[in-house]
Design a binder for this molecule. Sequence first.
Ligand SMILES: C[S@@+](CC[C@H](N)C(=O)[O-])C[C@H]1O[C@@H](n2cnc3c(N)ncnc32)[C@H](O)[C@@H]1O
Length: 257
Amino acid sequence: MSTAPVDRSELQAKVQAMYRDVALNPQGEFHFEMGRALAERLGYRAADLDRIPAEAIDSFAGVGYYFHLLDEMQGARVLDLGSGSGMDTFIASLITGPEGTVVGLDMTDAQRAKAEALRQRHGVRNITYVKGLIDAPPFEDGSFDVVISNGVLNLMVDKPAAFREVARLLRSGGQLAIADIVTAVDLPESISCNTNLWAACIGGAWQVERYKQAIEAAGLRIVAEQVNDQYRFLSDNAQGATKKFGVKSISLRADKV
Ligand SMILES: C[S@@+](CC[C@H](N)C(=O)[O-])C[C@H]1O[C@@H](n2cnc3c(N)ncnc32)[C@H](O)[C@@H]1O
């Protein structure tokens, strides 16, 4: 299969348009669920959600919970790839405590603007939002103890390159924890060449073993994984693909060797 089944600039424009809408109009109609009920079903603790901005939770478009897979994060330097409206950055900030730092990287201006406004309003001091692309992140080698990402890497055209960047950014022994969409079998071109389905987090999903091999080939060792059966797509189209191709959400942790 080609590594670039879709046109990157067309995909980027569609992803930015969709996630601008997620930031500005979270009550709108999407292929996927968002918000607090989803977060609680995936495993986020209500007590943690009560301590972070409700508007960040409204625009939460993640696909799983993974913080329980990580070791002690107190004081850690954390990077969230595709941080969206910031829900996971606020949760990470609670866990690291004020001596830790959290950086949210996202290419969609409306998502970063929303997260930053919420950060300021809630007086959270240890989070910074940075504009940039996941396959060209503007950070030095070994800058982070922990990299997290929720529902994002399926959107990357060159997943091996994205995982190599993660390995570059982590210090030795650092941890990656992600939730993402994968499939049981390779998707047919009718789906994997459709940028609308990519933007909806389906078209770009990789077969699970191929996805895990890309992580390990980058120099990361998978040490924990789980299937998030609680995650479901909403539209009929998306549910059809889910059944036919085993589209599912997983969470995993991988450590830099
Ligand atoms: C499905 S949303 C998930 C947002 C957030 N992680 C959450 O759980 O709500 C995907 C996010 O990744 C961002 N994104 C997608 N591809 C990106 C890329 N190549 N570089 C930077 N950000 C990207 C989008 O702008 C969007 O905010």
